[in-house]
Design a protein around this ligand. Structure first.
Ligand code: ADP
Ligand code: MG
Length: 343
């Protein structure tokens, strides 16, 4: 099978847009001119059993929640307000009525929580795994959508929240740990809390909708993307669309507390790789002019959420990360050493 990126590039080369399409394939959501004051944002996200979720460690309701949350995150990444969702499901013959009920309950709860109306979809049998596809329509002020393509040399790079715990959560689930229904009990160890928080972030992600909207409203960001594939992959996407490069400092990357806790305790947990390459964080990564620092600090205080400056956009293409005095070229999902104290 051709790679995902080659398929997307091939479709992108062939499509021709009508004059109402402001942003087509290649961003988190398409932007379509809709009215005098409003632009429409459109995106979809497909989740397949075994690839994107496993029923052995996720409850049906959590799967429904995550399907909505990950699609909505792409509207958040444009700075838009999610409004409507279409949910299509394909289920194998042996699926129980309880499973379907819980899945829908989770999807409906998430729709309510994130302010979208579930207005349609499609239903089918599946000869194999469960499929869930969520399409979301959102809106933003005319020409106010924040795309991936506006970063310019000299811009600062910011990331919301912290990174690595969703990928850590997946690792823990693969190792046999499970998320209980309740919060961590009083008296549980820091290790138990770290495990709980990491698995929760993987299984029940929260898109940064309101913060994304404020970033757009304040016109602070020159570009933005959500971290669904990992910082290295998504920053590279943003750089490709913007036609520039970036230099980040690893010591500034906000490594999530569960990652710090468990990487100190366990040899097999690599905090560096988890925070740079871990996917499904649904944090926002954006670039802004240096003058926007104060506004970003204000947003961070208002939302009681860290928004961390991790580096700078440069003219030369490529992404480098400085770690312990060494410069490393950071490729999507991997890295190679360039130069440093030992050459
Ligand atoms: P994200 O990680 O933000 O969800 P993707 O990597 O899934 O983004 O997709 C990148 C871009 O490619 C998006 O603009 C998406 O709409 C587009 N895209 C992906 N698959 C297809 C497809 N089969 N047909 C048309 N566009 C697609
Ligand atoms: Mg995205």
């Amino acid at each position: 099978m051709p790679t995902e990126s080659s398929i997307i590039s091939s479709i992108r080369r062939r499509v021709r847009y009508g004059n109402r399409v402001a942003v087509g394939i290649g961003d988190d959501a398409a932007v379509v001119r809709c009215g005098k004051d409003v632009d429409l944002l459109l995106c979809s996200d497909l989740m397949i059993e075994s690839i994107h979720f496993k029923t052995q460690w996720s409850r049906p309701g959590w799967i429904g929640h995550k399907a909505l949350a990950s699609a909505i995150s792409d509207v958040a990444a444009m700075g838009g307000v999610p409004r409507f969702a279409l949910v299509s499901i394909a289920l194998p013959a042996l699926t129980s009525p309880e499973f379907v009920d819980e899945l829908l309950e989770g999807a409906l709860e998430a729709a309510k929580k994130f302010g979208v109306d579930l207005v349609g979809g499609d239903t089918s049998g599946s000869p194999g795994p469960i499929f869930i596809d969520v399409s979301v329509a959102g809106e933003c002020e005319k020409q106010a959508a924040v795309t991936r393509s506006g970063a310019r040399p000299g811009d600062l790079i910011f990331v919301t929240g912290d990174l690595g715990s969703a990928a850590l959560g997946l690792t823990l689930l693969e190792q046999g740990h499970r998320l209980g229904g309740d919060a961590v009990r009083h008296g549980d160890s820091g290790e138990a809390k770290a495990e709980h928080d990491a698995m929760r972030k993987h299984l029940l992600p929260e898109p940064r909708c309101e913060l994304g909207q404020e970033i757009a409203l304040n016109k602070v960001a020159t570009s933005m993307i959500d971290i669904s594939d990992g910082l290295s992959t998504d920053l590279n996407h943003l750089l490709e669309e913007s036609g520039c490069g970036a230099a980040i400092l690893f010591e500034r990357v906000p490594v999530a507390q569960p990652v710090m806790t468990l990487s100190e305790l366990r040899q097999d947990i690599d905090g560096f790789a988890l925070s740079l390459h871990g996917g499904e964080e649904y944090e926002l990564l954006f670039t802004a002019d240096a003058e926007a620092r104060e506004v970003v600090r204000g947003l961070s205080e208002r939302f009681k959420l860290p928004i961390t400056e991790i580096g700078e956009i440069v003219a030369e293409p490529g992404l480098t990360v400085e770690h312990s005095g060494r410069q490393v070229r950071l490729r999507a999902g991997g890295f190679e050493h360039l130069a440093g104290p030992e050459g």
